[in-house]
Design a protein around this ligand. Structure first.
Ligand code: ATP
Ligand code: XMP
Ligand code: GLN
Ligand code: MG
Length: 549
C-alpha cells in the first residue's frame, strides 16, 4: 500500500483496518492499559486505545463492537477524578455496545450508575489471590462455571464497590469478601476489580476472550500482518512522497525493526545513523557497525558524539536530570546529521524514526494533552520524556504501541535477522543509567565496561544468554574494605542484574546456578582491580525497575 491518500478510511481509521471489528480501550492511566489493548490484538481483534475522556464522537467514529475501561491510579470518589466521556452510558445503551470495566473502570461503572465505591481502609488487595465464583454459568466465567469454584487473579486496588447499581449482580468475590466481578446481562455491562490483562491472572486471557467473542460477538480477523500493513500505510501517509527521513539506529531490536519497516515504506529516502554517545559498552561501536554491515543491508552512518555527551553529564547525579541531558544530546546530534544529509542529497530531512516502544512511553513523563495523561511518571526514557521541547523533527514511531515480544514477531515477519531479534535490550542512555550518580566520576565507565564484558561473556559461556531477557552489570560508587593479596583494598562494588520478562513491564530476577555466581564474581574481582565486591540483584519489577536509574 503506497498511495498516501488511501491510508485512511472515511471514519479516520487506517485503511488496513477497513471493515475490521474494532475494540476501543479507554485509558484512565493504569500502567497496564496497553496490556489490555495488546491482549485484544493477541486474541485476533483490532484494538484502539483512546484517552478516558475522549469525545464520544471520536469513539463512535470507530464503530466499536466492544469497549473496555482501563484501571488507573485515581479514586472515583475523589473530586476531579477522571470519568467516562459525556453521553457515554446513553450512547452505549442505544447502540447496545458491551462494556467491560477493569479495576478503576469497574469502579467508574459502579459509581456513575448509582452504586457506591469507597476506600477499603486497611483492606487494600494487592497481588495474587483467588476469586470465588458466586453463581453458576455467569457470563463472565462462562458456561459450566459453578458457584464456589475459584481461580487465581491479580489485584491492585485500595477502593472497593460497597453497593452495586440496580441491574448488576455480583458473580465473583475475593477471599476477603470484596465484590470483584459484576455483570448486568441486560445492559451488557461488566466489571472486574482485578486485572485479567496481566499474566499473573491465570485465566485472564480466557476471560477477555469470552467478553470479546462470546459476549460482544467481535470477529477475530486481526494479525501481525495487519499491524505491519497498517503501520506501513501510516508511515506513507505521514511522510509523503518527497520528504527525507533520519532513523536513529542503535543495534537493538526495536530500531532495527523500525528501520526495516520504514525502509519498506519509503525506500532510499531513509538515512540511518548510529550514535557513539560515550555511554556504550565495551567495543559496542565496532561490534554494532559490523553487525549492520553483515546483516542489515541498509547504509548506516556512525557519528561520534561522546565528547559532547560526557561534557554535558559531568558532575550531574540526579537520574532524571541525567536522562533529560542524554535525550537532548541525542537530538543535538541528530540535528547535525540532518545538515549532513542535506549536503549530500540537497533535501533537508524533516522526520526522525525512533524504535520507541510502549513501555518507554508509559514510564516516561506523559506530555500534556497526550493520551497517557492520567498515569504517573516512573522514569523519562531518553526517546520520549527525555526529549527536548524544541525537537526540530516530526517523529515517526511505528512501534510506539507495541511491546518488545510483539516487535520481535513483527521483525520475524519482515525477515529481520536473528542477530538483532535475539539481542538483549540495551537502553539508549546506556551505561549512563547503569552508573549510579555522576558517570564521569571514579573512572566508572571504564570499570563498568570491563566488568560487564566479563559478566556477559560468562553468561554466554554457561549457555544462558537466550534464557535471560536482559542482563547487565551496574556500577555502585560505594567503596568497601577488602583484602586482596594480603593488602587492604578500599574499592567499588559491581551489581549484576539478570531478569526474565516478556515485555519489560514486569520482571523477575533470574535464578543463576551457584556455580555461575561463584565463577563470575571471582572473575570480576580478579580481573577488574578497582572492584572488590560483586552483588547479585534479587529484586523483581515491581518494586524495583530493571535499570538502576
Ligand atoms: N546509540 C544510538 N544511536 C542512535 N539511536 C539510538 C541509540 N540508542 C538508542 N537509539 C534510539 O532510541 C530508541 C530507543 O532505544 P531502545 O534501546 O529502547 O531501543 P533499541 O535500541 O532499538 O532496542 P533495544 O531495546 O532492544 O535495545 C532506539 O530504537 C533508537 O531509535
Ligand atoms: O531506550 C531506552 N531508553 C531509556 O531511557 C530506557 N530506560 C530503560 N530502558 C529499557 O526499558 C526496559 C524497562 O526498564 P526499566 O524497568 O528500568 O524502566 C529495559 O529493557 C531497559 O533497559 C530504556 N530504554
Ligand atoms: N488498579 C486500579 O485501577 C486501582 C483503582 C483505584 N485507584 C484503587 O486503588 O482501587
Ligand atoms: Mg537499545
Amino acid at each position: 500500500m503506497t498511495d498516501a491518500k488511501r491510508a485512511k478510511t472515511t471514519d479516520g481509521r487506517p485503511s488496513a483496518t477497513e471493515g475490521v471489528d474494532a475494540v476501543v480501550v479507554l485509558d484512565y492511566g493504569s500502567q497496564y492499559t496497553q496490556l489490555i489493548a495488546r491482549r485484544v490484538r493477541e486474541l485476533g481483534a483490532y484494538s484502539v486505545l483512546l484517552p478516558g475522556d475522549a469525545d464520544m464522537a471520536r469513539i463512535e467514529a470507530l464503530k466499536p463492537k466492544a469497549i473496555v475501561l482501563s484501571g488507573g491510579p485515581n479514586s472515583v470518589h475523589v473530586e476531579g477524578a477522571p470519568t467516562v466521556p459525556d453521553g457515554f452510558f446513553e450512547r452505549v445503551a442505544e447502540t447496545s455496545t458491551p462494556v467491560l470495566g477493569v479495576c478503576y473502570g469497574m469502579q467508574l461503572l459502579v459509581q456513575r450508575l448509582g452504586g457506591v465505591v469507597e476506600a477499603a481502609v486497611g483492606k487494600g488487595e494487592y497481588g495474587r489471590m483467588p476469586v470465588v465464583y458466586q453463581s453458576d454459568d455467569s457470563l463472565l466465567y462462562g458456561k459450566g462455571s459453578k458457584a464456589g469454584d475459584s481461580e487465581q487473579v491479580w489485584m491492585s486496588h485500595g477502593d472497593e464497590a460497597t453497593k452495586l447499581p440496580s441491574g448488576f449482580v455480583c458473580v465473583g468475590k475475593s477471599e476477603a469478601g470484596a465484590v470483584v466481578a459484576i455483570e448486568d446481562a441486560d445492559r451488557k455491562l461488566f466489571g472486574l476489580q482485578y486485572h485479567p490483562e496481566v499474566t499473573h491472572s491465570e485465566k485472564g486471557t480466557e476471560m477477555l476472550r469470552r467478553f470479546l467473542f462470546d459476549i460482544a460477538g467481535v470477529k477475530a480477523e486481526w494479525s501481525m500482518q495487519n499491524v505491519l500493513d497498517e503501520q506501513i500505510a501510516i508511515v506513507n501517509e505521514k511522510v509523503g512522497k518527497d520528504a527525507h527521513v533520519i532513523c536513529a539506529l542503535s543495534g537493538g531490536v526495536d530500531s532495527a525493526v523500525a528501520a526495516t519497516l520504514v525502509h519498506k515504506a519509503i525506500g532510499d529516502r531513509l538515512h540511518c545513523v548510529f550514535v557513539d554517545n560515550g555511554l556504550l559498552r565495551y567495543k559496542e561501536q565496532e561490534r554494532v557497525m559490523e553487525m549492520f554491515k553483515d546483516h542489515l543491508h541498509l547504509p548506516v552512518d556512525c557519528v561520534d558524539h561522546s565528547e559532547q555527551m560526557l561534557k554535558a553529564l559531568a558532575g550531574v547525579s540526579d537520574p532524571e536530570k541525567k536522562r533529560k541531558i542524554i535525550g537532548a544530546e541525542f537530538i543535538e546530534c541528530f540535528k547535525n546529521f540532518k545538515s549532513e544529509i542535506e549536503k549530500r542529497t540537497g533535501v533537508r530531512p524533516t522526520f526522525l524514526v525512533q524504535g520507541t516502544l510502549y513501555p518507554d512511553v508509559i514510564e516516561s513523563c506523559p506530555p500534556p494533552g497526550s493520551d497517557q495523561k492520567h498515569s504517573h511518571t516512573i522514569k523519562s526514557h531518553h526517546n520520549v520524556g527525555g526529549l527536548p521541547k524544541e525537537l526540530g523533527f516530526e517523529l515517526v514511531e511505528p512501534l510506539r504501541m507495541l511491546f518488545k515480544d510483539e516487535v520481535r514477531k513483527l521483525g520475524a515477519l519482515m525477515d529481520v535477522p536473528r542477530t538483532f531479534l535475539a539481542r538483549h535490550p540495551f537502553p539508549g542512555p546506556g551505561l549512563g543509567v547503569r552508573i549510579v550518580g555522576d558517570v564521569t566520576a571514579n573512572n566508572a565507565l571504564d570499570i563498568l565496561r570491563r566488568a560487564d564484558e566479563i559478566y556477559i561473556n560468562t553468561i554466554r559461556e554457561f549457555g544462558l544468554y537466550d534464557e535471560i531477557w536482559q542482563a547487565f552489570a551496574y556500577f555502585l560508587p560505594v567503596r568497601t574494605v577488602g583484602v586482596q593479596g594480603d593488602q587492604r583494598s578500599h574499592s567499588f562494588m559491581i551489581g549484576l542484574r539478570a531478569v526474565c520478562s516478556s515485555d519489560g513491564m514486569t520482571a523477575d530476577w533470574y535464578p543463576f546456578p551457584t556455580e555461575f555466581l561463584k565463577t563470575v564474581s571471582s572473575r570480576i574481582t580478579n580481573q577488574v582491580k578497582e572492584v572488590n565486591r560483586v552483588l547479585y540483584d534479587i529484586n523483581s519489577k515491581p518494586p524495583a525497575t530493571i535499570e538502576v536509574e
